[in-house]
Design a protein around this ligand. Structure first.
Ligand code: SAM
Ligand code: SF4
Length: 443
């Protein structure tokens, strides 16, 4: 009897590391259903797009991709297409999307990923399916764990967000905060390490509020301390730290750890107290600066990165100047900079004093030029010093060379044999650019 043709799945993720992690979950589920991962869209049997709706630009990109897939489906009517994640979960979005893209076979919300095989079975029998629960009803441990056998893995430690920053759609599409049990997380990481993983990134929208619902008390610093004890793991990263919940205990735990990387991604969003209050960030610029000072006091060599939004409703030139001022004060190694994007259903979308696109563009340009100078200066002061690097693989731009990251998450390119991939090395920095460093292996 002729063997069944191997089924191929292409999974595309848009947005943050959580979206990437969800896309990985979906790929794993399809693997259990007999699919092999591929990046060849022309020969795919199933295409999954895990979506993002944090900014309109992400949504437009995804809508463009969904349009492209229509042509692919016209050529290959057997192709199945699934759209999942945040964009589908927005209130009222499903009907709108279904009308706009009738060629899609599966629509799945953020709370329906665990059940993807059932949805797949339904469309394989013929027909279309949409499943978007308003609340997470599945147990926390019901989705597959991070993929085994890779050097680096993203591990969810919690889901959802309770902060309701006034610009942000995330709490509306990912639900309230739920923390996984520490023993489940530690077991998952131990299994990953047995399969060859050497670096984990612990993921949460606000990792600093991990475990708030636990009794007896067990917080994020306790979790970091325990993950640090796992043998043969080389590095632990975490993202994202909300400044309002960054405790001294956490900074001290990072300082006292062995594998805990001295890098804090601490989004400031704005340097103006007026705007921070309208954003519902629940800290002032003075409090933020006091947290940065605390980090530098305990960990003088820690790297800091941030997120900043320009053109939030009501942002005056003076407010924006205050953001520039703070960018000049703090030595961020990198900043993710965004123009405010109106998200329907959020408080900020209803604010009257929206800023014009021209002003937003101009402010973004100014902010980026300030940060580029700062990023370069940060890397230049690293020249001549030696840093520990975890070797990740060949450089994308020059496969003859290797790349790795410092504990501070700075990318370093250097010459060396591929056998070094997966090991820790000391590299002396010889050159610096805005985004990358170049170095030599130290004897
Ligand atoms: N939970 C993280 C935190 O609190 O920093 C980040 C979540 S969000 C996916 C990543 C970044 O997107 C935010 O830090 C913010 O700078 C930006 N962002 C969120 N909503 C936005 C909006 N409506 N317009 C522009 N940028 C936005
Ligand atoms: Fe969005 Fe604020 Fe939650 Fe981050 S902390 S996900 S910015 S609401």
């Amino acid at each position: 009897m002729e063997k069944d043709k191997e089924k191929k799945v292409v999974t595309l993720a848009y947005g943050c590391q959580m979206s990437e992690r969800d896309a990985e979950t979906l790929t794993q589920i399809t693997r259990q259903e007999g699919y092999t991962s591929s990046d060849d869209l022309l020969n795919a049997d199933l295409v999954i797009i895990n979506t993002c709706c944090v900014r309109e630009s992400a949504e437009n990109k995804i809508l463009g991709k969904i349009g492209e897939l229509k042509k692919l489906k016209e050529k290959n009517p057997n192709l199945k297409i699934a759209i999942s994640g945040c964009m589908v979960q927005q209130p009222g979005a499903l009907e709108r999307l279904q009308k706009r893209a009738p060629h899609i076979d599966i629509w799945a919300g953020t709370h329906n990923l665990h059940d993807f095989s059932a949805l797949l079975h339904q469309v394989e029998q013929g027909g279309k399916v949409a499943e978007v629960w308003q609340e997470p009803k599945m147990p926390l441990e019901s989705t597959p764990q991070a993929e085994k056998g890779k050097l680096q893995a993203n591990v969810n430690i919690m889901y959802g967000c309770n902060n309701f920053c006034s610009y942000c759609i995330v709490p509306h599409v990912r639900g309230r905060e739920r923390s996984r049990k520490p023993e489940e997380i530690i077991q998952e990481i131990t299994d990953l390490v047995s399969s060859g993983c050497r670096e984990v990134t612990l993921l949460g929208q606000n990792v600093n509020s991990y475990g708030k619902e636990f009794s007896p008390v067990y917080d994020f610093a306790d979790l970091l301390h325990d993950v640090d004890q796992i043998p043969n793991l080389l590095r632990i990263r975490f993202i994202t730290s909300h400044p309002k919940d960054l405790s001294d205990k956490l900074i001290e735990t990072v300082a006292g750890g062995n594998k805990l990387c001295e890098h804090f991604h601490l989004p400031i969003q704005s340097g103006s107290n007026f705007i921070l209050e309208r954003m519902n960030r629940k800290y002032t610029r003075e409090y933020y600066l006091s947290r940065v000072n605390k980090i530098h006091e305990i960990l003088p060599k820690a790297s800091l990165t941030t997120d900043i939004i320009v053109g939030f409703p009501g942002e005056s030139e003076i407010d924006f100047e205050q953001t520039l001022e703070i960018m000049n004060m703090i030595h961020y190694s990198h900043a993710f900079t965004f123009m405010y994007s109106k998200r329907s259903g959020t408080l900020a979308a209803e604010m009257e004093d929206q800023i014009s696109l021209d002003v937003k563009k101009r402010r973004l340009q100014r902010l980026m030029s300030v940060q580029n100078v700062k990023s370069l200066a940060w890397r230049e002061q690293m020249i001549g010093n030696t840093y520990e690097i975890l070797v990740e693989g060949p450089s994308r731009t020059n496969p003859e060379r290797l790349v790795g990251r410092t504990r501070g998450n700075e990318l370093v390119v250097f010459n060396g044999p591929s056998e070094l991939i997966g090991s820790l090395l000391n590299i002396r920095i010889t050159e610096a650019g805005t985004w990358t460093l170049v170095g030599d292996i130290e004897d």
